[in-house]
Design a protein around this ligand. Structure first.
Ligand code: GLC
Length: 440
């Protein structure tokens, strides 16, 4: 058994850490301007102009069965869908607002169709729910709000009451956790302080928002009462089940800063930079980087939540499909080094340019070759511990020697700890080849 124990929390994280890989889906009205899901904030767009998107939102090609099939093929075991993003638009048929998809040309509950399609593929269901809301009339104007630069911004806040908004959120979370069957993850987003950094410092009378504004204790209590096993992230400003490093890769297992305890964590990453569909973005990650990200994450005991931003017509564009295909091709033959795997025990140190993962039961060690070495893979500390070695992608045997290097070289000396795996001189046609090591 793995010796790494993470902090116990209320949510059921057991299936989650075994699964390791999920799909994030950012979809909303912002897929129409197609220049970042924060466009309303960045460009300070007023309601009247933003209403154009509401008026014309028509995802006529939305077929979540296809998304689910692609997610499954890519090896993703769960999904997290934006039921409402910061723009405030609801992708579900809420009784508490008119600002929802059923009142647009879309004319149907898009969350429901997502849930049905993904569940049918055996994929676990997550809901992202934005705490920030740039549409709700009681959400006060702060330094992130699209109207922060209005001349009368301060006056606009008169009469706005965050307590009414907090109640609105509870009502919607109740709907989301009641009307769609079992929900596995609830992903709140996010809390922020007033910072001293420009450009925000100049908004001197504005404040940040966090657990007090969201009334997070009540919100979370409600969520747990409706869905006892649900995994909840930390972004409502209270430590819960899940730590969520965003758009960076941790260099070690995420720990509690004070106690040093290991935590359950999930890196979230985009294919191209923005979360929502961005037509003109050209910073798409290379296939190598995508696979390495997944491997690096699992090698440090984490999960990877990889994002797609569907178009406003409701399909995944070619660039997203191609990126998912990278995972599909690799996972088809190599997923055994990912599912049910975690950071290798401290006694094992991966060689240069390699990453280890290890199965939970400790019996298999996986060496991921980020750079393909010539002919020999030298593994220190493994001599005497290994029963059998093969390439994972094709299950072909890899011969090995122990205690000595089995080739002529000056100064080659005996080393009792050393195990040397003989590799074919040409790298197999796999982005990141994996050496599967069966331990004694
Ligand atoms: C952020 C962004 C956002 C995105 C999210 C994903 O905090 O505000 O647009 O949804 O993180 O992690």
């Amino acid at each position: 058994m793995s010796s790494y124990l993470t902090r116990k929390t209320a949510g059921d994280t057991e299936w989650f850490t075994k699964s390791r890989f999920g799909m994030f889906i950012h979809w909303g009205l912002y897929s129409m301007p197609a220049r970042h899901e924060w466009v309303k904030c960045y460009e300070r767009i007023g309601e009247e102009k933003y209403d154009k998107y509401f008026k014309y939102f028509n995802p006529d090609l939305y077929d979540p069965k296809q998304w689910a099939a692609r997610a499954k093929a890519a090896g993703m075991k769960y999904a997290v869908f934006t039921t409402k993003h910061h723009e405030g638009f609801c992708m579900f048929d809420s009784a508490y607002t008119d600002y929802k998809c059923t009142n647009t040309p879309a004319g149907r509950d898009l969350v429901k169709e997502y849930v049905d399609a993904f569940r049918a593929e055996g994929i676990r269901i997550g809901f992202y729910y934005s705490l920030i809301d740039w549409h709700h009339p009681h959400f006060t104007i702060d330094q992130l709000h699209p109207r922060r630069d209005d001349k009368n911004a301060k006056e606009l806040n008169e009469g706005r009451d965050m307590r009414i908004y907090a109640e609105y959120m509870r009502n919607q979370v109740r709907e989301l956790l009641t009307n769609y069957g079992k929900i596995d993850i609830l992903w709140f987003d996010f809390s922020y302080d007033k910072t001293d950094e420009e450009p925000y410092a100049s908004y001197d009378w504005m404040t940040g928002k966090g657990k007090d504004e969201w009334e997070s204790e009540k919100l979370i209590e409600l969520a747990r009462s409706l869905q006892p096993g649900v995994i909840i992230d930390n972004r409502a400003g209270l430590d819960q089940d899940l730590w969520t490093p965003e758009q960076y890769q941790p260099l070690e297992w995420v720990k509690d800063k004070k106690t040093g305890e290991l935590l359950t964590w999930e890196a979230c990453q985009t294919f191209s930079g923005s979360w929502g569909y961005h037509r003109d973005e050209s910073t798409w990650k290379s296939p190598e980087m995508l696979i390495r990200m997944l491997v690096n994450t699992v090698a440090l005991g984490g999960n990877l939540l990889m994002n797609v931003g569907p178009t406003s017509r409701g399909y995944l564009d070619k660039r997203a499909v191609d990126s998912l295909k990278v995972f599909e091709d690799w996972m088809k033959y190599n997923s055994r080094s990912i599912y049910g795997c975690t950071m290798a025990e401290p006694e094992f140190t991966a060689p240069c340019d390699c990453r280890f993962t290890q199965s939970e039961d400790g019996k298999r060690l996986y060496c991921h070759l980020f750079a393909y070495p010539y002919a020999h893979l030298q593994l220190f500390g493994l001599a005497g511990k290994v029963d059998y070695v093969q390439f994972l992608h094709d299950g072909s045997e890899l011969l090995f020697t122990e205690g000595k290097v089995n080739h002529f070289s000056f100064g080659a000396s005996e080393n009792k700890d050393l195990l040397v795996v003989e590799l074919p001189p040409i790298k197999p046609d796999v982005i990141v080849p994996v050496v599967e090591i069966f331990l004694k």
